[in-house]
Design a protein around this ligand. Sequence first.
Ligand SMILES: O=C(O)C1=C[C@@H](OP(=O)(O)O)[C@@H](O)[C@H](O)C1
Ligand SMILES: C=C(OP(=O)(O)O)C(=O)O
Length: 438
Amino acid sequence: MPAQSAKSSPALAGAVTVPGDKSISHRALILGALAVGRTEVTGLLEGDDVLRTAECMRRLGAKVVRLGPGRWQVDGVGVGGLVEPADVLDMGNSGTGARLLMGVVAGHPITAVFTGDASLNRRPMARVTEPLARMGAAFVGRAGNKLPLAVVGARNPLPIEYRLPVASAQVKSAILLAGLCAPGETTVIEPEPTRDHSERLLGHFGAEIRIVDAADGSRRVTLRGQPELTAAPVVVPGDPSSAAFPLVAALIVPGSDVIIENVGLNPLRIGLFDTLIEMGASIEYLNRRVAGGEPVADLRVRHSALKGVTVPAERAPSMIDEYPVLAVAAGFATGTTRMNGLAELRVKESDRLAAVAAGLAANGIAHEAGPDFLIVAGKGKVPGGGTVATHMDHRIAMSFLVMGLAAERPVTVDDIHMIDTSFPGFGTLMASLGATLE
Ligand SMILES: O=C(O)C1=C[C@@H](OP(=O)(O)O)[C@@H](O)[C@H](O)C1
Ligand SMILES: C=C(OP(=O)(O)O)C(=O)O
């Protein structure tokens, strides 16, 4: 369990590129495996979560080959063509991999057993098994459909219309992936839009997909089943959820001026950037362009005096993984930051609300955490000096290392090995900007 400490650093400077988007990387491999022909992916995230999905697609019958750094090739088997895996599918720490592949298997006449690490095996899966059971799949899992869990895919999957009880792109995507194998139309209604990478990539691979926004803010996504998906090249942009760490570091370390190149700016992913700009952050979007069907830009970020704001609950889906690092930024702001609509944080790789609250407490930041909210009383400076328990959660580890770069005393996190699940090379990249990590 390697620990690491971050110390007050000189001004951060330089230009960096963060690894590829995790959500898009999982989906590129999965859809490449379900397409007919050869898909080439560039910019793929080579973090443990995505490598697990690559290995599972191999076990399900696709040919998946690494050609070079971030360059992968997938020979697909066509929708409905996957085979039964000979052994257990181990998804490691990855909720996205587990839930999306449960949807894929549910649509095929095959049986697969899923497992994960201690963190993933604690996370709720009924949110996917419930709609997938309506489509004809069967499940036997531990303690209310947790992993380890066996999925018996449907012989004749049924299309469904399903209103999501929680705003979750993973649940939406699991249903759409199962719906690929069902005749007729599968519809998912989201109470509020969540990241739409599945929809974009399904369209890119030739599926017929319709999206209708309703007056009440909900969104209807309809997929026509049993398409022939055609292999298509995928260019993966840098992950905005990873960019968040060097970005917040540059905002809080005095004198910093940093460029983060090629960051995905999908409107359903940039709630953190919008919030930080409201707080007074200097974030410029340079060279805005479209790459691989997603908007991207280079971000110039300069040290800024931040002030507290209220973050509305409706913004949560567009920044769901960014609250830990926002809480760190809020600690350096002047005034109170209120974050609402955070119930989902309790069922991520760790209970992130509890983990963040404990980390704030350990480093001398006044705050209040409720069932689904967090209030941080920013004083413009952070005492630091604490040791933070990361609970197998990469985002908790990275967030508190960022805190240490501008706190008065070093901040230690108890375990950094999970950082590789989403951001391999995090320490090297931060050090290249001048961050003091040891
Ligand atoms: O669909 C995805 O790729 C993801 C969706 C989000 O989870 P939920 O769907 O559980 O909100 C997010 O937290 C996760 O990191 C990636
Ligand atoms: C919640 C996350 O991932 P997953 O659900 O895929 O484990 C995350 O990366 O912050």
